[in-house]
Design a protein around this ligand. Sequence first.
Ligand SMILES: [Zn+2]
Length: 480
Amino acid sequence: MHGHFYQPERRNPFSGEIAPQPAAAPYRDWNARIDAECYKPNAERGNLRHVSYDLGPTLAGWLADHDPATHQGFVDSDPSPEADGADGGNAMAQAYNHAILPLASMADRTTEIRWGLRDFELRFDRRPTGIWLPETAVDMPTLRILADEGIHYTILAPWQAADSRLDTRRPYRVELSGGKSIVVVFYDAALSASASFESDATMDADSFAVNRVLPRIAGPGFPDGSPRTAVIATDGELYGHHQKFRDLFLARLVNPGPEVPDRGFDVTTVGRLVGEVPASVFPATQIAERTSWSCHHGVLRWYAECPDASDGRWKGPLRVALERLASAIDTVAGGLAAEVMEPAALWQARNAYVDVMFGAVGAVDFARGRLPLATDEQRRRFLTLMEAERWRLAMFASDGWFWGDPIRLETKHVLLCAAKAVRLIDGAAGTNLEGRLLDDLSTFTSPSRRIDGAGIYNEALVEASQPAAGAAVLADTVVR
Ligand SMILES: [Zn+2]
């Protein structure tokens, strides 16, 4: 079983607080509600000790602040490398901001992956061997970066294999350039779909084990000695949040206790299955480029008119607007940094800035380490650039494009991240990138409310500045 545990960054980037979300009642906000219904009970029941999981950094940081015991439950469920039988462990890393990596620039992919790996290392006290790709969105350049960063395996949907007749009951290797390769475990589509969407199937774990799981893997192993396996990969929030009491189903399925007779299969983690096995052992296969687990049209859902969304006409213009903003921020940041550092050093600093975001290094110490000869003023400006880059990366969280209407809070949140980034840069450089951003955002419209993207941007800023949102200081609302 693999659980993908993830929530986007919900904190208002201006105040650092999450605005109350009345729809999450009786809890203050969605993170608090999903914690009570899912993260906390699954950690307390010990379910995490028997499954593989990734804990997205933006959720992990919230848990560490708001429910440290549950956060510790996730950490402690991943055995230390020294423990017996800990090969590969339980936990996998996740790319940091949950951006769709095949749609990102190579520099952004590298930063997202490095941040995810480093956040994992700081949190779990070991280097990860596996990584979960946001929405399992993949292409060959992304796999190549993973291999370059020392990652050994990832999990994909079966329809992400180029060979549609692939047997998912065993792991594969994908060969990359330069003699490198990566292990890919394709999950079992039928079992994962029934665990996710068939509420009747998950009423009784014993019956699920006998009638659903066992038939998928019964029989002898493969000629090379590999056992038959079935990986059930789902959102972690299924177990208690999307469906009440499914945390109990998970507990019974993965840790039935001594009173349950041998069910004919063992429960293991993906890390134990492949974490320490050389990729060369597994047969080679190829992936279908630019595919994902939650869009059957490649990665269309996050930039264009995927038929699964009721209206996707706004998605392309939103992405173009934010991409133009991102490249402008990078150009301006590069120009400002040029007086104190080589161009490459700025991007190396960005890749390392996750240590400050995590709290492992203080911002002042970080700036001193990167700019030993600079003045305090130059270091302050450098830190402003780092913060601008932080929020300019956060504005590509996939949630902003997932649904059918940009008026939703997920899209408003990525617009707030854009506002934070652009105001930092405009403030430091005296530019007016925000004006151009508003022009670009005005090219799309909310299908339900008929206001354009610039109007949504302004509305998000006004909402974020309400006292209830915990906003400390906000500049005056934007006049176009
Ligand atoms: Zn789609």
